[in-house]
Design a protein around this ligand. Structure first.
Ligand code: NAD
Length: 479
């Protein structure tokens, strides 16, 4: 007799493990099967986010930012130090400790919520059955009333730039460099490109980003992406827009990259080349073909609004179904699904998905850009205020950037908030809440904000929509 569960979650990343925990809280008998092995061969829950993405990259971003502050900002505060140096091995060890601390904690959360964690590969057999090939021990077959596939995504590899893990690397490899490359090339100036570029450039790498498209960060409001690009340029990131890489190969001790730029073919040589051109759904070893699980033409699992696949009682959530490839979107989908399976009425609000780029200054946005709002047929009114007049930002030596608010002129509803500036990753939560509660500009205008805080600048930006900002020169007459 095979062991029977109410819910089996396949995948222990952010799409999977929170869903398993929530199912446990709801009194379900649940197992979470996870195949992830770290580079040291050790299994770990937490998936890309905790092991090879969000968390380790944030650890290195913070360390490299600290170095930058020590080198360039402390003197502005009147603090002098001796020669500032850094130990990359110590930085990497700190990063690894943060990741392992968090991934290790998932075991404790599973225990507290009655989740059975299983380390190994899962394959769909049909009729509610799942075959597990554990990293250690014999194969077994489990059964469940409901099966959730949350197997995530992996970096896209380019045939024109074949991955070798040493010279031509992906975003995971690039978090584990043991020495700072002298010259670093990055294909793709998307979210991963600019975050990893910031890390290694701050640590001393001469960094060039080759971006095929002419528009920088096209999902961000144009005023914000333009300002972000200006700051990155000032920091030394060499971002070449409209540079389409056509070939990359190892030459001697480096990588030679050819790209089309302004109608000509150019070449550059780098010590390392990071390929950061997006992520693709990961469905290997799931047995999708054998069991008849329907995928779309790009390999994403097809689901309906209730996350149902074409197979009875098999569901899918997170990166593997497409949409924004963000950890928090995956978490919300997994949790909403298990709640729905338990008879609750929950849903994910795809109009209020926060996005953040953890560079310095940070970029963060939720909802529509001005161009998107106009294209969607809204009569748009906007406001924007810079951080230049914000006291807290000045005290932080970070008075750069701006907040832009996009609202519907007829209803006063806030449609989007896009920002670049200090800690906007944290400020974004208020804007997400505004969208979630369908707030109007008036609602925010009437909300008191602490002084002196960075969040005051959101208040000011909303006030500026109607020409009412107090600490900024309004571009329009006050309403
Ligand atoms: P991306 O889609 O953000 O950017 C990839 C870029 O590569 C695109 O701009 C594309 O035009 C460019 N490109 C593709 N082929 C090229 C070529 N031959 N030459 C030059 N440029 C080329 O993808 P990403 O940065 O790899 O990120 C992957 C996913 O992970 C995204 O969905 C992202 O949102 C997510 N992610 C999020 C965070 C965060 O939330 N902070 C951090 C990392 C990753």
């Amino acid at each position: 007799m095979s062991e029977r569960y109410d819910v089996i979650v396949i995948g222990g990343g952010t799409g999977g493990y929170p869903a398993a925990i929530r199912a446990g809280q709801l009194g379900q008998k649940v197992a979470c099967i996870n195949a992830w092995l770290n580079r040291d061969g050790k299994p770990a829950f937490g998936g890309t986010c905790l092991n090879a993405g969000c968390i380790p990259s944030k650890a290195l971003l913070e360390s490299s930012e600290m170095l930058h502050k020590a080198q360039h900002e402390l003197t502005l505060h009147g603090i002098s130090t001796g020669k500032v140096a850094f130990d990359l091995a110590a930085m990497q060890a700190r990063k690894d400790k943060i990741s392992s601390g968090l991934t290790g904690g998932i075991g404790a959360l599973f225990k507290a919520n009655g989740v059975t964690g299983i380390e190994g590969w899962a394959k769909l057999l049909g009729d509610g059955k799942v075959e597990v090939t554990p990293h250690k021990g014999d194969k077994q077959v489990l059964e469940a009333e409901h099966i959730i596939v949350a197997t995530g995504s992996e970096p896209v590899q380019l045939k024109i730039a074949p991955h070798d893990g040493e010279f031509i690397v992906d975003s995971w490899d690039a978090l584990d460099f043991t020495a700072v490359p002298k010259r670093l090339g990055i294909i793709g100036a998307g979210v991963i490109g600019v975050e990893l570029g910031s890390v290694w450039s701050r640590l001393g790498a001469q960094t060039v980003l080759l971006e095929a498209v002419d528009t920088f960060l096209p999902m961000v409001d144009a005023a914000i992406s333009k300002e972000a690009l200006r700051h990155y340029g000032k920091q030394g990131l060499d971002i070449r827009l409209g540079a389409k890489v056509i070939k990359a190969e190892k030459k001697g001790k480096g990588v030679q990259v050819s790209f089309e730029f302004k109608g000509k073919t150019e070449t550059e040589t780098f010590d390392k080349l990071i390929v950061a051109v997006g992520r693709r759904p990961f469905t290997d070893k799931l047995g999708a073909k054998d069991v008849g699980l329907e995928l779309d033409e790009r390999g994403f699992i097809k689901v309906d609004k209730g996350y149902r696949t074409n197979l009875k009682n098999v569901y899918a959530t997170g990166d593997v179904i497409g949409g924004a490839m963000l950890a928090h979107k995956a978490i919300e989908e997994g949790v909403a699904l298990v709640e729905q399976l338990a008879g609750h009425h929950t849903q994910v609000n795809y109009k209020a998905v926060p996005s953040v780029i953890y560079t310095s200054p940070e970029v963060a946005w939720v909802g529509l850009s001005e161009a998107e709002a106009k294209a969607a047929g809204h009569e748009v009114k906007t406001g924007a205020t810079s951080f230049a007049g914000n006291g807290r930002a000045k005290a932080l030596e970070a008075a750069v950037g701006q907040i832009k608010v996009i609202a519907d002129a007829k209803t006063d509803r806030i449609l989007g908030v896009h920002m670049v500036g200090p800690y906007v990753s944290e400020l974004l939560a208020e804007a997400v809440l505004a969208l979630e509660f369908a707030a109007t500009c008036e609602d925010i205008a009437l909300t008191m904000h602490g002084h002196p805080t960075l969040s005051e600048n959101f208040h000011e930006a909303v006030l500026s929509v109607d020409g009412r900002a107090i600490h900024a020169i309004n571009k329009k007459k006050a309403a």
